[in-house]
Design a protein around this ligand. Structure first.
Ligand SMILES: CC(C)(COP(=O)(O)OP(=O)(O)OC[C@H]1O[C@@H](n2cnc3c(N)ncnc32)[C@H](O)[C@@H]1OP(=O)(O)O)[C@@H](O)C(=O)NCCC(=O)NCCS
Length: 336
């Protein structure tokens, strides 16, 4: 087996690489086309100087790609760890390719000084808790580091449902105001927004592995916004502002693909620890769903993932009316 680094600027090579990823996701999703879109991967793989960057790899046997992977590497923080995915072409499974590809990926990560490798595996509802990775990963020395449960919110909600939740939660939040917009954040808030993303990894539940705060500044926020746009996605943002200090103390991001708006994805939501207990998480989510309605997206489902011990966020999603749909697992292995 040979490992080949894929240059995302090379449309032909990227296309071949993406086709294997698409086949694997298609297989997992039971033939439904709701996996990654090419631009969503490409936009994160083009700039090797970015704060986080995907390195794409193809694993070839006799000139044919049998497996694909990426390593997500960071430039300014968390320098001894990397996130990865590995997908073996469904037609080539159970022949040892996954094992050899994983070993090659591990060597590549370690050669870059990454001593902790976290491999993410998505599981659909029908294979939840019993996907191939549940057998494959432990055989290769990986432990479950984090279990996330997918929650799906059918969209639109019944008339009045969001207003009712808003009215129920607002009395807890007198000291705060919720602001929402689509796209780039106002310059006045960008430093606060950077701080929220910096502490997100340490303030949100993150399973058993050690994590560090991330290095975010205004420029990284702008790069993030630009990358989301280049991914072909609209970014809907809601924040909570503490009236007394005028500082942002929470944010929530919802993204919708312009090409495939049917599935909207809830991304990060955070309320700083010292400002919890005021229903701000729920209020920001309701505000963002209000944007989804206002901009009239053809969304039919909003997907979110919650770490299994994140009771506060799970409670919000359950009250919104979400149902469980599957999950994703983060597998971790430590190298000397
Ligand atoms: C998991 C995956 C990478 C395995 O790839 P593969 O090429 O089939 O793996 P290998 O042939 O190297 O399998 C090695 C061992 O893992 C275990 N294994 C792999 N797939 C399995 C399955 N579906 N059921 C039970 N055991 C399995 C077996 O012990 C196997 O050895 P054996 O075939 O001698 O019994 C592949 O199924 C895949 O791409 N799945 C979707 C994405 C994913 O889960 N990625 C891995 C994240 S850790």
């Amino acid at each position: 087996m040979t490992l080949r680094r894929i240059n995302a600027h090379d449309a032909h090579a990227f296309g071949q690489w993406f086709e294997v990823l698409r086949r694997s996701e298609h297989d997992r999703n039971g033939g439904v086309e709701d996996g990654w879109l090419p631009d969503e991967i490409r936009a994160r793989s083009l700039d090797a100087t970015a704060s986080t960057y995907l390195q794409l790899f193809a694993f070839e046997v006799d000139g044919a790609i049998v497996a694909v992977a990426w390593l997500e590497v960071t430039r300014d923080d968390n320098l001894t760890s990397a996130y990865a995915t590995l997908e073996v072409d469904p037609a080539h499974r159970r022949r040892g390719h996954g094992t050899r590809a994983l070993e090659a990926l591990e060597r590549t990560a370690v050669a870059q000084g990454r001593r902790t490798l976290v491999v993410a595996t998505k599981e659909t509802k029908h294979e939840w808790g019993r996907s191939a990775s549940r057998f494959f990963a432990p055989r290769h020395g990986y432990l479950v580091s984090e279990e996330n449960v997918e929650r799906d919110l059918e969209w639109p909600r019944p008339p009045g449902a969001l207003d009712e939740l808003n009215a129920r939660w607002l009395p807890y939040a007198h000291d705060y105001e919720i602001l929402s917009w689509r796209g780039a954040i106002d310059d006045a808030f960008v430093e606060d927004r950077a701080h929220l993303s910096s502490v997100m990894p340490v303030e949100a539940p993150h399973g058993s592995r050690p994590v560090e705060a991330e290095h975010w500044d205004a420029q990284r926020v702008r790069t993030h916004e630009h990358t989301v746009d280049a991914m072909g996605r609209d970014l809907l943002v809601s924040v909570a502002r503490h009236r007394a200090s005028s500082r942002l103390v929470g944010f929530s991001e919802l993204t919708v693909s312009r090409e495939r708006p049917g599935l909207a994805y809830q991304w990060d939501t955070l309320v700083l620890r010292t400002h919890r207990g005021h229903r701000l998480g729920g209020l920001m989510k309701v505000a963002n769903l209000g944007q989804l309605e206002r901009f009239n997206y053809a969304t039919t489902r909003v997907v979110t993932f919650n770490e299994t011990s994140n009771f506060a966020m799970i409670n919000v999603n359950e009250q919104l009316g979400a149902t469980t749909g599957g999950g994703y697992v983060l597998w971790v292995k430590y190298f000397k």
